[in-house]
Ligand binder design. Structure first.
Ligand SMILES: [Zn+2]
Length: 65
């Protein structure tokens, strides 16, 4: 079952939310706010790092096959 990590935009609390069903809405475990920012990985990991390795073989993306 999927576990998502959220960060509260109101108080900055970071918590894991176990999504038991899709209709369930996460809320901050500290202040109850629903203004949440979904975290995809641990802190410091930049999104798009994997795509840079992909583009290195073809910088323009227009290389012929
Ligand atoms: Zn909060």
């Amino acid at each position: 079952m999927p576990i998502f990590t959220y960060k509260c935009k109101d108080c900055g609390e970071v918590f894991d939310f176990l999504m038991l069903n899709k209709s369930e809405k996460p809320k901050c475990t500290k202040c109850g706010s629903k203004k949440l920012e979904k975290q995809f990985a641990a802190f410091g990991v930049k999104m798009g790092a994997s795509s840079s390795t992909n583009s290195s073989s073809c910088p323009t993306g227009t290389c012929p096959l």
